[in-house]
Design a protein around this ligand. Structure first.
Ligand code: NAD
Ligand code: GLY
Length: 363
């Protein structure tokens, strides 16, 4: 079991990563002197597969407890689901002394966090991530949101959880596409910080899809350490935190173009490739680095076809990303490992060149 501190000035907390650690809920609540009336929001698939185990773990829980299902799917990160959450909280008489607990992937985590941030002007919440993507990324850092009017994460808040319990036993039931999606974010981290983590992944690249729990524990912990170092320095994304969006401008373009039919982390794999191509094109990344990084990433097929898409339309979608201003797309571009340029404005022709160059790469 590993514990990683997120040492924020206000609201510091800890992420615990290990196998079969669900039973730590009660001790975490006691240790942090949190409210113990539990309002659990659980992904519907997780409930189907793991609901029995979860209920058993909580069978002698000493305070009030309710369990509400969140339907699986990005389309449920919506106002309608939020409405249902507020209504359940009120009809079951949950008050300010509530601890909302999210058990699921990023969808459940993001909407639960936003419900916690807004219900009665803010109640406590905790995250129990059950996807690889949520374990390495969305459960930590306090970005909470819902989608609205066709735009992802457009309504939200920065609101930190009180604790995060990453129980590796959940990850065993993930379909392969969800593992690939989580890998997308893990690969992103490998370029952000130092060469040790990159080398670890490079050495193990052949068997990253079938990781056993010890390696998974190590990799997840390393990712969280990197995320912690960034978030502690820039909680609300004024500058440094933008590096966590490496590959994401392109990824969001593909996701939106394909109507969110592809997994976020899989789109990030293609987004990383695009970031390398654009960085090289703009003279930021050296040829040896470009060759080395693209050879590495080639081993991780994102599992969806992005060839033959209308690039003008893709560009238009990227231009409308909420992070852009005055008709310019801002990119996060890697130069070397641990050397990331933010707010890079690229010409349209360079972006179109990148989209064309990226085609057919993973075949
Ligand atoms: P998800 O929550 O939709 O989960 C993916 C699928 O896996 C779902 O079908 C779910 O039912 C299923 N599932 C979950 N746990 C399972 C398990 N243990 N076994 C079997 N199936 C399981 O998707 P995700 O990839 O976890 O998260 C994506 C969301 O996260 C997006 O909405 C994205 O915007 C958000 N996100 C947020 C942040 C952040 O910092 N807050 C960062 C990255 C992504
Ligand atoms: N997933 C990007 C961030 O947390 O900032």
């Amino acid at each position: 079991m590993k514990k990683i501190k997120i040492p924020l000035d206000i609201n510091p907390y800890e992420v615990t990563v290990g196998s079969d650690i669900l039973q730590l809920i009660s001790s975490e609540i006691k240790k942090k002197k949190l409210f113990n009336n539990l309002f659990i929001l659980i992904d519907s698939n997780v409930d189907l597969i793991h609901g029995g185990k979860i209920r058993l773990n909580l069978s002698d829980y000493p305070a009030k407890i309710a369990l509400v299902k969140i339907p699986s799917g990005e389309e449920y990160k919506s106002f309608e689901t939020l409405n249902m959450i507020y209504s359940s909280l009120l009809s079951e008489n949950f008050g300010r002394d509530t601890l909302i607990v999210a058990i699921g992937g990023g969808v459940t985590g993001d909407i639960s966090g936003f419900a916690a941030a807004t219900f009665m002007r803010g109640v406590q919440y905790a995250q129990i991530p059950t996807t690889l993507l949520a374990a390495v990324d969305s459960s930590v850092g306090g970005k909470t949101a819902i989608n609205f009017g066709g735009t992802k994460n457009i309504i939200g808040a920065f609101y930190q959880p009180k604790f995060v319990l990453t129980d590796l036993s959940f990850l065993k039931t993930l379909p392969k596409e969800e593992i690939i999606s989580g890998l997308g974010e893990i690969l992103k981290y490998s370029f952000l910080y130092d060469k040790t983590f990159y080398s670890l992944l490079e050495k193990n690249s052949e068997n990253l899809l079938s990781l056993e729990e010890r390696s998974l524990e190590k990799i997840i912990s390393e990712c969280i350490k990197i995320k912690s170092a960034v978030v502690v320095n820039d909680e609300t994304e004024k500058g440094l935190r933008k590096i966590l969006n490496l590959g994401h401008t392109f990824a969001h373009g593909y996701e939106s173009f394909l109507h969110y039919s592809i997994k976020h982390g899989s789109a990030v794999i293609v987004g990383l490739l695009c970031a390398f191509i654009l960085s090289r094109r703009m003279g930021l990344m050296s040829k040896p680095n470009f060759d080395k990084f693209s050879l590495f990433i080639k081993k991780f097929n994102p599992g969806f076809d992005y060839s033959g898409l209308d690039k003008e339309e893709l560009y238009r979608i990227m231009l409308h990303d909420k992070k852009n201003r005055q008709g310019k797309i801002k990119f996060v571009l890697p130069i070397d490992i641990g050397q990331i340029a933010i707010d890079c404005e690229a010409d349209k022709k360079d972006v179109l060149y990148t989209l064309a160059e990226a085609e057919g790469f993973f075949i």
